[in-house]
Design a protein around this ligand. Structure first.
Ligand code: ATP
Ligand code: MG
Length: 430
């Protein structure tokens, strides 16, 4: 036998045992987005490397060490597998001039790629669901997006998620804070790790995002950006808080919350859980009013978030929340292959009326014994077996046998009246 080829490290197959839970989450998201007037956008997985370098910032974890970048062999273009989707969405919005007639509310789902050390909740190919509102400057849209995420946690039954909130102010406010920050870290230069030393003058804010436990105390005492905010920034922040308060959404203001990309300003937030160890951030976002201009568009404000699908599902599992996976209604048992042409007609009609039905597949020699077919029907998880026996068919009927609730109960149904009894096969939760 040839040598086995296995998946790339940190990149996972999603198998049918789990894909039902993913589909249910995705379906819930689609429904919520529709109800909030967010529309789907799908951008390419590969983008020009420059988009991320310019968009995310040169001195960020992602751009410095996590990108899958390569040169196109044909034309030498520098390309990157997207590490996140906001930059691509913004590129698309600019490229297609989507804001010409006002703001746009968008959402996406899909795979992202980061070359990180794989561990629980941290993969090299992972999946994000994100929402972006572009062209809106008001704090009410920040609040709308945060409340949308909260609604999603409620809809899927997620508990124990904490909201952390901060404001990064505007560029001039950040410049003042930056100067104070550099002065502070210079005073304590002996306590900085290598990363921090390197970033001291290029991106000192990023030092606050450090995961090094030895630097926590130092970072704790650093000047806080929130103390440098002017009136307008404070007012924006206040409005977000008022809407959250009025809607019973609890949060903690975390002055050290800075997020991993450079593009944020004003409101930033993260939803965090204690149940996933150090990979506890399940969703993060904020306002990015300068990104559109940075990638060459006409200046326009924007705000958004992204959640990690694997982490959300892991957390649901941890909390033993069963995400109802779509189930099979019926399994068709066909004792004699001669009946197949007619069976197909019936199955087609059942499916057209919304019944999920699996047909028994034979061995190539024949359909197999009734016993083995019933065994397969049981294992399939179907609620009913449909038995297309010779006698029933001769009468223009099929036998419907309950396999779970009221197990064993059996009735004959007329094929001519299929439309009347087909709905009774459908499970209520779908
Ligand atoms: P972290 O601090 O955990 O590295 P991040 O700040 O880099 O997260 P974002 O870029 O804000 O994460 O992405 C949004 C969400 O995507 C995160 O909150 C997380 O749930 C998820 N996520 C990020 N990186 C990964 C990864 N490598 N594997 C799985 N999920 C991830
Ligand atoms: Mg990260």
């Amino acid at each position: 036998m040839a040598e086995k080829i296995t998946a790339v490290k940190g990149m996972n197959d999603l198998l049918p045992t789990d894909s039902g839970r993913w589909e249910t989450l995705e379906e819930t998201v689609r429904q919520l987005m529709r109800r909030h007037a967010y529309r789907n956008i799908r951008t390419p997985i590969v983008e020009p490397t420059a988009l991320f370098v310019r968009g995310l910032g040169e001195v960020t974890d992602i751009v410095e060490k996590e990108m899958y970048s390569f040169e196109d062999r044909l034309n030498g273009e520098q390309l990157t597998l997207r590490p996140e989707a906001t930059a691509g969405v913004v590129r698309a919005v600019v490229e297609h001039n989507l804001l010409y007639d006002g703001g746009k509310r968008l959402y996406y789902m899909g795979p992202m790629f980061r070359h990180e050390r794989p561990q629980r909740g941290r993969y090299r190919q992972f999946h994000q669901i994100g929402a972006e509102a572009l062209g809106f400057a008001g704090a009410e849209v920040d609040a709308e997006l945060i409340l949308l995420a909260v609604s999603l946690w409620q809809a899927v039954g997620l508990k124990d998620v904490r909201l952390e909130l901060n404001s990064l102010g505007q560029p001039p406010e950040r410049a003042q804070h930056r100067a104070a920050l550099i002065a502070y870290f210079e005073q304590h230069a002996d306590q900085l790790d290598e990363d921090a030393k390197r970033r001291l003058h290029s991106n000192p804010l990023r030092i606050l995002d450090t995961k090094n436990p030895a630097m926590q105390a130092l970072v704790e005492g650093a000047p806080k950006l929130i103390d440098f905010l002017g009136e307008a920034s404070l007012k924006h922040f206040e409005m977000v808080r008022q809407i959250l308060d009025a809607n019973g959404v609890g949060y903690r203001i975390n002055p050290r919350l800075v997020r991993g990309m450079d593009y944020y300003n004003l409101t930033v937030f993260e939803f965090i859980t204690e149940h996933l160890g150090s990979q506890g951030t399940i969703c993060g976002g904020g306002r990015y009013d300068y990104l559109i201009e940075q990638v060459g568009g006409k200046p326009a404000p924007a705000v958004g978030w992204a959640l990690g699908v694997e982490r959300v599902l892991e957390l649901l599992k941890e909390q033993q929340v069963a995400l109802a996976a779509p189930s099979l209604d019926a399994y068709a048992i066909v004792p004699d292959a001669a009946a197949l042409p007619q069976v197909f007609q019936t199955l087609h009609a059942l499916r057209a009326s919304g019944v999920a039905v699996q047909m028994h597949a034979g061995t190539g020699e024949g359909m197999g014994s009734m016993k083995s077919q019933f065994k397969k029907a049981d294992a399939s998880g179907a609620s009913f077996a449909l038995i297309f026996g010779e006698e029933e068919l001769a009468r223009g009927e099929v036998t419907v046998k309950a396999l779970r609730d009221g197990q064993g109960a059996q009735r004959c149904e007329s094929l001519a009246a299929l439309a009347q009894w087909a709905p009774s096969l459908q499970s209520p939760v779908r």
